[in-house]
Write a protein that binds this ligand. Structure first.
Ligand SMILES: [Fe+2]
Length: 392
């Protein structure tokens, strides 16, 4: 009896600190697909407590996820596995146009005892009673594909839901958020409350999402954290990707007023940022891949015309001379909350068509031997159709 009491005391002595520290862990947001290419993908999610996380990947198939041990992928930094509440796992070495299933795990880091880590519980996605989510890598050889564009949602989840509720893997290869998805970013959790939780519920677990930053996402005290949630393929908010017969140039138009405007509290440096971006555009449009792709589509939040504000003028001054000689087939913008289609030749300063989408309509676009654009309202009714034929 004495020994039993001693054992119980010892157990409680060693176990209590652990149980006091361990809160249990939950996956709070996500997962969603980012930074997808032909050979890589990044899966992002968050947890309510610190954790070390990993991803298990399986080829497409109807076999159980438990059929065999699946390879694990971690996020590491300078040789260590990363601990935190935001989890971003990049998987490389994938094959183009190939479907993969995945499962996520987060092992709670409950505390530290000297150099030793005290692990708590593990949270994971359910592959037992639910089908594991799956994504398909991009593929330049795909003959036809469809994508969806929304912009200027400003945190209106109901609008987002109305415009994306019918998005399925079968009818949509990728979705583009073309800026101002939220009005101000003061806390990172607003990314999820404002639009991403809805996006995850509707499609983003399985359908790749590409983000073009709007001027509103440059605002608020958490604005510098946005990139962690939407990492572009080259370390920037401006980046390029290729899928099927289209090359996408995603640009970051920055803020709309002069950098010195009182609204920016002496923090804005968008003029030099757009200079830096101009140099990048010049490099990309000179590549054989850009030039040889059947269609070139530019995604940019602020249109390069229609306003005398500084942002518009700076974009027009810096980007248009390059884009005008780059054989662009279509530019998609938002920002004005008003639909407008400026056909090639209508604006003497722009040598390609520009479609400005409204904040309460979406674009359903199919690319094959031509670009077929349908602008639709929240009930799904087509308001305008634009067909852009290939040049070759
Ligand atoms: Fe805007």
């Amino acid at each position: 009896m004495k020994n039993l009491m001693k054992t119980t005391w010892l157990l409680s002595f060693f176990c209590c600190p652990f149980f006091l520290l361990s809160q249990g862990i939950q996956i709070t947001n996500g997962p969603y697909i980012q930074r997808i290419g032909e050979d890589e993908a990044t899966i992002i999610w968050t947890t309510d407590n610190d954790a070390v996380s990993w991803l298990e990947l399986a080829p497409a198939g109807n076999d159980s996820f438990y059929a065999t041990e699946r390879p694990r992928y971690y996020n590491t930094s300078h040789g260590n596995r990363v601990i935190g509440k935001l989890h971003r796992i990049t998987v490389k070495g994938l094959s183009p146009g190939t479907e993969y299933r995945y499962r996520i795990f987060s092992k709670e880091v409950a505390g530290y005892a000297g150099h030793q880590i005290l692990f708590g519980s593990i949270a994971s996605s359910n592959v037992y009673s639910s089908k594991p989510p799956a994504f398909t890598t991009l593929d330049r050889n795909k003959k036809a594909f469809s994508f969806r564009v929304v912009n200027d949602i400003h945190g209106k989840n109901d609008n987002l839901r109305a415009m994306l509720s019918d998005v399925k893997k079968e009818n949509t290869d990728l979705v583009i958020f073309n800026g101002d998805m939220i009005s101000t970013l003061n806390e990172e959790k607003e990314i999820f409350a404002g639009f991403m939780d809805t996006a995850v519920e509707l499609f983003a677990k399985e359908i790749p999402l590409f983000y073009a930053r709007g001027n509103h996402e440059t605002r608020g005290k958490a604005n510098t954290g946005l990139y962690d949630y939407f990492p572009g393929s080259n370390g920037n908010f401006y980046y390029a990707f290729r899928h099927g017969p289209a090359f996408f140039l995603v640009l970051d138009s920055g803020e709309d007023k002069p950098d010195s405007d009182i609204e920016y509290s002496e923090l804005a440096q968008f003029d030099p940022y757009r200079d830096q971006q101009r140099e990048w555009i010049e490099t990309v449009i000179a590549t054989p891949e850009f030039q040889s792709t059947p269609f070139r589509i530019v995604i940019m939040h602020i249109p390069p015309t229609g306003s005398t504000w500084h942002g518009t003028r700076d974009i027009a001054r810096k980007f248009l001379p390059l884009l005008n000689k780059a054989n662009i087939d279509l530019m998609l913008c938002g920002h004005t909350h008003n639909y407008q289609f400026i056909d090639k030749g209508e604006d003497q300063h722009i040598l390609f068509p520009v479609l400005i989408n409204d904040d309460e309509t979406y674009l359903d676009i199919k690319v094959d031997s031509r670009i077929d654009v349908r602008q639709k309202d929240m009930s799904g009714k087509t308001l305008h159709t634009h067909i852009i034929n290939g040049k070759k």
